[in-house]
Write a new protein. Structure first.
Length: 81
């Protein structure tokens, strides 16, 4: 394992998780969630769990982010906040 790579991914992973939870714009939160999933994919691949990394990339960063963004665009907003 490469310690500097792990540290770099961790430095991006934690803020992306916090930002995804605190954003009020749902489209932006979905995009940040896709970034978080991609960073987790990198972390899984670096740890040697290639099958888990591939699944995270396909489902987490790909399909889930697209479905969340499509769902947000299909809904209407009822309040003005």
């Amino acid at each position: 394992m490469i310690f500097s790579f792990d540290l770099l991914v961790l430095l991006f992973l934690i803020p992306s998780a916090i930002i995804a939870l605190q954003l009020r714009n749902l489209v932006a939160a979905s995009m940040v969630f896709g970034i978080y999933s991609f960073l987790m994919c990198l972390l899984w691949a670096e740890m040697g769990a290639v099958d888990v990394a591939f699944t995270e990339a396909a489902v987490g960063a790909g399909v889930s982010a697209v479905f969340m963004i499509a769902t947000v665009y299909q809904t209407t907003r009822k309040s003005s906040d």
